[in-house]
Ligand binder design. Structure first.
Ligand SMILES: Cc1cc2nc3c(=O)[nH]c(=O)nc-3n(C[C@H](O)[C@H](O)[C@H](O)COP(=O)(O)O)c2cc1C
Length: 111
C-alpha cells in the first residue's frame, strides 16, 4: 500500500475517545515507514498545515479549505500563506469559481 488516507471531519489532530494519540499518529505506527499516512480534516491555514505534517501525518488533504480558497496550496508555495482566505463569503464564492453543482441547495433542504 503506497498510502492510507484518513478522512476526519473532527480535524487532523482528533483522537479516538480515551486515546492519547491522534488518529494519524496511531495509524502511522500501524502501517510503518513504507506506507504514507494522509489526513484530511480541519486544515484552513498554513500554520495548521505545518502542524499537521510536523506532528500528525506524512501528507495532508485540504477539503473545505481548498473549496474556500482554491489557491491554498499555491499561496503556501509562493510564501503567501498569510493571504489564504479561510472564511466563506458571497465574494469568495465568486472568486473560487465553484461548479454549479456545489452552489445548489442539498435536496433534503429543498421544500
Ligand atoms: C462538499 C464535500 C463533499 C464531501 N464528500 C465526501 C465523500 O463523498 N466521501 C467522504 O468520505 N468524505 C467526503 N467529504 C468529507 C471530506 O473528505 C473531509 O473528511 C472533510 O471535509 C474534512 O476535511 P476538511 O476539513 O479539509 O474539509 C466531503 C466534504 C465536503 C466539504
Amino acid at each position: 500500500m503506497d498510502y492510507l488516507s484518513l478522512s476526519i471531519w473532527g480535524g487532523y489532530d482528533a483522537k479516538p475517545k480515551g486515546a492519547d494519540q491522534s488518529f494519524g499518529q496511531i495509524f502511522k505506527q500501524i502501517v510503518g515507514d513504507d506506507t504514507k499516512v494522509m489526513v484530511v480534516g480541519g486544515v484552513f491555514s498554513e500554520a495548521a498545515a505545518a502542524d499537521a505534517v510536523a506532528n500528525h501525518t506524512d501528507l495532508i488533504g485540504v477539503g473545505r479549505g481548498t473549496l474556500i480558497d482554491p489557491l491554498f496550496g499555491k499561496k503556501i508555495l509562493d510564501d503567501q500563506g498569510d493571504t489564504i482566505v479561510s472564511q466563506i463569503s458571497p465574494e469568495q464564492v465568486k472568486k473560487a469559481a465553484w461548479t454549479p453543482g456545489l452552489l445548489k441547495p442539498s435536496p433534503e433542504k429543498t421544500p
